[in-house]
Design a protein around this ligand. Structure first.
Ligand SMILES: CC(=O)N[C@H]1[C@@H](OP(=O)(O)OP(=O)(O)OC[C@H]2O[C@@H](n3ccc(=O)[nH]c3=O)[C@H](O)[C@@H]2O)O[C@H](CO)[C@@H](O)[C@@H]1O
Ligand SMILES: C=C(OP(=O)(O)O)C(=O)O
Length: 434
């Protein structure tokens, strides 16, 4: 288990460039299984979850050649489905959530797929019902081995169908679309997730010859084709990393420029930080965060206390609520942070309270933050990263705090942020890995 040692309380200065988006990478890398031809993907973040997924594909027989940092050429002409029966696969697939998205492509191209209970953040229940209900609608047969927690799906040939998803699941939509692109006939997916990750996957599939309309909306229409060809695809900047950097600038009272953010794909994220009073200016495709010494949370028009809550896209992504929460601790004013989707993502506030933050954890989904308005600094402490986003939020808190902090279990942060200490050191952060 690795640890970050942080000496906080200094402001940072300079620019940061976001990596490619983790959650898009996990989708588009799974999509290479849909074709026999070469697929080249650029801007792949070399983070542990993504590297683990590439290992799974290699185990399946996919050739994955690293052309240069972040650029890989994949070829899935020869896939060995029997790899799915190995212990190695069981272990690898259970270590990340994104592995669940090999199921759709394998079902579409090879007629079957198995997956152990997918891993990922332990942030509450992470069901996969939407995935398998959707695949069953396409005519696949589903079985669940409750004792070993193995999910299996098979079909000789998939057939297009209409489906109204029970929830707009991001990975579920990706799986269903990847299965439908090679099905007979037309599939209509209503209440589809439409996060930029899903939009990017659909665009990539279209460049491989798939027929998909409604991209960017919650109604996708997919007309199956006989086979897909190769393509080149570039992953968007990671919007969660962009948001994390805005939060970092605010908490550490720093001027930071975030370069090449893919501003048109950030949705409501910059505006939501502005509602906390943070000055976020857009200069071409860069975001400039400045004058962060004081920021004041807005109230609603009627004077009542604002809440920041998550919702499926184009709502605010749940993956940034931990950062919003930490940023609010030094604002002027109060805010209710309401994490609607996941039920175990707010428990890390205990550590922030130990550090001196004023937070009332109302229940597992809601925390009220009473901002300190920088009248008191947070105090450094010893902590452990419970999940990827609480991890980055605690790191931001530690960088803003007076004194030294240590953060254990930073493998959680490494799942989603590439060489975070190296990049933060370059803008003046005192952080080392032990
Ligand atoms: C690898 C990957 O891409 N992971 C992301 C993906 O996970 P993932 O695809 O696993 O998440 P889902 O979209 O399936 O759902 C996330 C949670 O939200 C709940 N839910 C979902 C939709 C909805 O309309 N109402 C609702 O309550 C689900 O019950 C579940 O508990 O999307 C999540 C939601 O943006 C993000 O947090 C994860 O980072
Ligand atoms: C919850 C997340 O990831 P995963 O779905 O991979 O666990 C996240 O990226 O915040």
């Amino acid at each position: 288990m690795a640890t970050f040692l942080v000496e906080g309380g200094n402001s940072l200065k300079g620019s940061l460039t976001p990596q490619g988006a983790k959650n898009e990478a996990l989708q588009v890398i799974c999509a290479v299984l849909l074709t026999q031809e070469d697929v080249t993907i650029e801007n792949i973040p070399e983070i542990s979850d993504v590297l683990q997924l590439i290992e799974i594909l290699k185990g399946l027989g996919v050739q994955a050649e690293r052309i240069q940092k972040g650029t890989y050429r994949f070829n899935a002409a020869n896939v060995n489905i029997d790899f799915l029966k190995t212990e190695t696969y069981a272990k690898q697939a259970a270590s990340l959530r994104g592995s669940v998205m090999i199921i759709g492509p394998l079902l579409a191209r090879f007629g079957r797929g198995f997956i152990p209970q997918p891993g990922g953040d332990k942030i509450g229940r992470r069901r996969v019902d939407t995935h398998f209900t959707g695949l069953q609608k396409l005519g696949a047969k589903f079985t669940f081995d409750a004792q070993h927690k193995w999910y299996s799906i098979e079909a000789k040939k998939l057939k297009g169908a209409y489906m109204l998803l029970d929830e707009a699941s991001v990975t579920g939509t990706a799986n269903i679309v990847m299965a439908a692109v090679l099905a007979d006939g037309t599939t209509t997916v209503y209440n589809a997730a439409c996060e930029p990750y899903v939009q990017q996957l659909c665009k990539m599939l279209v460049s491989m010859g798939a027929q998909i309309s409604g991209i960017g909306s919650n109604l996708l229409t997919v007309t199956g084709v006989g086979a897909l060809k190769g393509c080149s695809h570039r992953i968007l900047p990671d919007m969660i990393e962009v948001g994390s950097f805005i939060g970092l600038a605010a908490m550490t009272a720093s001027d930071i420029t975030i370069k090449n953010v893919g501003a048109e794909h950030l949705g409501i994220i910059p505006a939501s930080f502005r509602r906390l009073g943070i000055k976020v200016e857009q200069h071409n495709d860069d975001l400039v965060v400045k004058d962060t010494q004081h920021y004041e949370i807005e109230n609603y028009i009627d004077g009542s206390i604002m809440s920041i809550s998550d919702a499926p896209w184009p709502g605010l992504t749940p993956d940034l609520l931990s950062v919003f929460l930490v940023v609010a601790t030094q604002a002027k004013g109060s805010v209710l942070i309401h994490q609607k989707m996941f039920e175990s993502r707010l428990f890390f506030v205990d550590k922030l309270i130990d550090m001196g933050a004023q937070i009332i954890l109302c229940d597992p989904h809601r925390a009220t933050v009473i901002g300190l308005n920088r009248e008191n600094s947070l105090r450094g402490t010893k902590m452990t990263s419970p999940d990827i986003r609480a991890g980055i939020a605690l790191l931001i808190a530690a960088l803003s705090a007076k004194g030294k902090s240590s953060i254990d279990n930073i493998e959680q942060i490494d799942r989603g942020y590439e060489n975070i200490e190296g990049r933060l050191q370059q803008i003046g952060a005192k952080i080392t890995r032990k």
